[in-house]
Design a protein around this ligand. Structure first.
Ligand code: COA
Length: 194
């Protein structure tokens, strides 16, 4: 069953951006930047075939994991939000269901370097902690994807793992990977007081 994000009051607005769940109507706009040169370099799947992209995009289970980021009505990026169970001992496993999420991000190259990815990622943490009431959020990338882990650090995430040559890149071979995390109380402590 596709994951349920109905607890959130959509769209979620940040200073300059708006974030909402992806719909089938977002196919063209997301294809435009997902197929741009270089964008797929570090992603789980790179796309240069429109038909293959559409087939994957139309999968309802996958679509439910994607949010789109809009600026003045234009889609400038997308984000991944995968709600997960935490590891738990069997006797308490029911208390560890759907309590955390893994997040990810893409900003269209013609909109990068202007703080939009940072602002959208901060909005995404708000969605996870305030909107969904999760307790922990993680993010992962290849260690060579410096733009991505710098973003994790900018939004207050902590590097929790540096894994040596544990992730296979399609052309670069076995590479190092990093995992970051932030807890709900750590995120709350960073929020400005009204
Ligand atoms: C990872 C990615 C989302 C980062 O996006 P970005 O556009 O570089 O991010 P931002 O604009 O928020 O930040 C970039 C820089 O601009 C700076 N910046 C400029 N204006 C800013 C503002 N108004 N507010 C905050 N930061 C600003 C940031 O401080 C940052 O500086 P740094 O490079 O010295 O750290 C982007 O590189 C991308 O889409 N990559 C391809 C897909 C990908 O690899 N995704 C991750 C897979 S794990």
């Amino acid at each position: 069953m596709p994951q349920d994000l109905s607890a959130v009051d959509w769209p979620v607005r940040t200073e300059r951006l708006s974030i909402r769940p992806c719909t089938i109507d977002d196919l063209e706009a997301t294809w435009r930047f997902r197929s741009a040169p270089g964008v797929g370099e570090w992603l789980t799947q790179a796309h240069d075939d429109r038909a293959e992209y559409e087939e994957r995009f139309r999968d309802p289970e996958r679509m439910a994991l994607i949010l789109v980021v809009e600026r003045e009505g234009e889609i400038i990026g997308d984000q991944m939000l995968v709600i997960e169970d935490a590891w738990a001992q069997v006797e308490v496993a029911d208390r560890a269901r759907a309590v955390q999420a893994e997040i990810g991000w893409i900003i269209a190259p013609d909109h990068s370097g202007r703080g939009y990815a940072t602002e959208a990622a901060e909005g995404l943490l708000g969605i996870c902690f305030d909107g969904l009431g999760l307790r922990r959020v993680t993010a992962q990338c290849f260690a060579d994807n410096v733009a991505s882990w710098r973003l994790m650090e900018r939004i207050g995430m902590r590097r929790e793992e540096y894994a040596v040559r544990d992730a296979l890149h399609r052309s670069r071979g076995w590479l190092d990977a990093v995992t970051y995390a932030i807890l709900a109380d750590e995120w709350r402590a960073r929020q400005p007081v009204d």
